[in-house]
Design a binder for this molecule. Structure first.
Ligand code: NFS
Ligand code: SF4
Length: 624
């Protein structure tokens, strides 16, 4: 059995894992051990259950079956499985986006009273981008027209997505030549499901091209729409300070955790927690106030916009409950472990599920709808407050770790910090002060020591003068390690350190949740356009050191098809096909000018990224 100290590099996490052990409660790590050894057919991606003649599996040693019953080879099965993952990931991001736009539309019709237009400038700039005239109309009318155009992006039947037009000219041309310009967001996802049905698409390359197109419909489509609409509704993030890690939970206040992904819910919870009536009730119940903390990407959303603290990354969700100090764990969709239900039952925590799409074992259902958003949010917070007297003091241990961080680096905020144009950044890149840009993103995964991959990869990059942009659980991991502070530039190489000091920014810029990887695409476009090149020419590279989700697979597909070389820290289930593996790691270079690499060792992964960045610098004629 694995020792507790081998499971994480984070002391707060280790302390709670120890507490879990002493209290005899199970976490993802124990369940992982019970899964070992994991099925090698699954790991290699060579099992198929797409029809009921199966399941079929291919013998990786070439001795037994080399085809499924229908004749599907390892190449076909691996490619189909990968395409289904991309479809699921793109669906998750894009369905989230759809709900944001639907809320936005209702808001514009006066039917979602709790939501308002917070960022008028962004609304107007987006409207003009989509060719909507704002002359003479009210802001609500402009919003309604914008909502209609964006909703069409999901169900579009003719032509191509409008939202991809933010990509640089040469990229758009390349996608058109390859026939992978996304058509409608929903259409691409449906087509993935169709193509992977028994007896449809049985050419691995052909299947993978659809994977790239579906990824693009996520990154430049669904995810980008989610980011834009959320900025309009809740404000475009600006630099601010906050705190992270389990130590943000309060000893004497009611702790409400918002976990999941959609700020439509978490924004309202944050607001409801400031309601005088509920604060009064909290006092009556003996609490010193109401403390909201986030987990996963909904935490990133409220952190970026309000400085609401974050209690942890994906793998810390169970540990938050194990502190014994959480009155309510409020969830919507994505990355929520169903184990939370049973776990919450071991403590006084109320596990409240809110989405009509997502139920879990042992939850209190409090369905959230935008027409009564604030009222429902108040009910949820009230349930948490009323649960405060049930807290069992002997069962409470809140770790001390509470790390300060600086967050809020939307593209707008970055440009602002640079004085309005990307030029200072480009000058710093040209001079070599900044060697390149590294985008490090993604989840935690029990297969990697928690946060080890994230923190070590990022540290190695900044040490080598690579400016890091981050989102998702990587951003939270970096925050926990103190890397999101201007002072962290002491860990950076001399060039990057000087730039950070001059601008007062951290060497690692938190750009938001995972849908906000769209911000990284926009930033890459801006840099490429300014240099007059394509994204694939930039001295930039991506990494997902501890990824686990299907959303990450879709992200990988769009990041690479946008031209960014990407290093994965956990192995995708493709190694059962030599053809698919070599296409992903080499062949794609000739197709989209970027490819994947797999490197579990974070220092070596950083080395691969540096090598790539140096190659691009050389090609651009920059000093290396
Ligand atoms: Ni991204 Fe965010 Fe975290 Fe992974 Fe899950 S929270 S949307 S999928 S685990 S980074
Ligand atoms: Fe087997 Fe083919 Fe059916 Fe898959 S689709 S389960 S490989 S027969």
């Amino acid at each position: 059995e694995q020792e507790v100290h081998e499971r994480s590099i984070d002391p707060a996490t280790l302390a709670m894992l120890q507490k879990a052990k002493e209290e005899g409660v199970e976490t993802a790590w124990e369940r992982y051990e019970k899964q070992l050894p994991q099925c090698s057919f699954g790991q290699l991606g060579i099992c198929c259950r797409n029809c009921n003649m199966g399941p079929c599996r291919i013998d990786p040693f070439g001795e037994e079956a080399d085809k499924g019953i229908c004749g599907a080879t390892a190449d076909i099965i691996v490619a189909r499985n990968l395409l289904r993952s991309i479809a699921a990931g793109a669906a998750a991001h894009s369905d989230h986006a759809r709900d944001s736009v639907l809320t936005f539309k209702k808001m514009s019709e006066g039917k979602a009273g709790s939501y308002k237009i917070k960022d008028t400038a962004k609304l107007l700039s987006l409207a003009s981008e989509y060719g909507i005239s704002s002359e003479g109309g009210s802001l609500e009318e402009v919003a309604a027209k914008l909502a209609d155009i964006l909703l069409l992006e999901f169900g579009k039947q003719d032509g191509h997505l409008l939202c991809t037009r933010r990509a640089p000219e040469p990229r758009l041309k390349l996608w058109a030549e390859l026939g992978i310009e996304p058509r409608g967001i929903d259409r691409e996802i449906v087509e993935c499901m169709h193509r992977t049905h028994m007896g449809v698409d049985n050419n691995a390359v052909h299947i993978l091209l659809q994977g790239l197109r579906t990824g693009l419909s996520d990154g430049w489509g669904g995810s980008m729409i989610a980011t834009d609409i959320q900025d309009i509704l809740f404000g475009t993030p600006q630099p601010r300070r906050s705190t992270v890690n389990l130590g943000v939970l309060s000893k004497d206040k009611v702790n409400v955790i918002v976990h999941g992904h959609e700020p439509i819910l978490s924004e309202m919870i944050v607001e409801a927690a400031e309601d005088p009536e509920l604060l009064e009730l909290a006092k009556e119940k003996g609490a010193a106030g109401i403390n909201v903390a986030g987990i996963c990407c909904t935490g990133n959303e409220t952190l970026m916009r309000h400085g609401t603290p974050i209690a942890g990354t994906f793998l810390q969700q169970e540990l938050a409950v194990i502190t014994g100090a959480v009155e309510a764990m409020v969830v919507d969709v994505q990355c929520v472990m169903p184990s939370l239900g049973e776990l919450a039952g071991c403590y006084h925590t109320k596990f409240i599920s809110t989405s009509s799409k997502a139920d879990f074992p042992n939850t209190v259902r409090m369905e959230f709808h935008e027409d009564k958003a604030y009222e429902t949010a108040k009910e949820i917070v009230r349930a948490a407050v009323e649960n405060f007297p049930n807290r069992v003091p002997e069962k409470v241990t809140i770790p001390d770790e509470k790390q300060e961080c600086m967050v809020g680096f939307s593209v707008e905020a970055i440009l602002n910090a640079l004085g309005g144009t990307p030029d200072p950044l480009i000058e710093a890149i040209k001079s070599g002060a900044i060697r390149g840009v590294g985008a490090v993103v993604g989840c935690n995964n029990v297969k990697v020591k928690h946060n080890y991959g994230h923190v070590n990869l990022v540290k190695e990059l900044i040490k080598n003068n690579v400016l890091v942009v981050t989102t998702g659980c990587n951003a939270i991991a970096c925050a926990e390690a103190g890397l999101l502070l201007p002072e962290a530039s002491e860990l950076a190489g001399d060039g990057l350190k000087a730039v950070c000091k001059a601008l007062g920014i951290p060497p690692v810029l938190h750009m938001g949740s995972c849908v906000d990887i769209s911000r990284i695409l926009v930033l890459s476009s801006a840099l490429a356009n300014r240099l007059g090149v394509d994204i694939s020419d930039l001295p930039a590279a991506g990494a997902a050191p501890e990824w686990m989700s299907e959303k990450a697979v879709s992200i990988g597909a769009y990041v690479v098809s946008s031209g960014v070389y990407t290093v994965l820290g956990t192995v995708p289930a493709v190694l059962g096909s030599q053809a698919v593996t070599s296409l992903l790691t080499e062949g794609l270079n000739d197709v989209v000018g970027a490819s994947f690499a797999v490197e579990p060792d974070p220092i070596k992964a950083a080395g691969l990224m540096l090598e790539h960045i140096d190659g691009k610098r050389e090609a651009l004629g920059l000093i290396t």
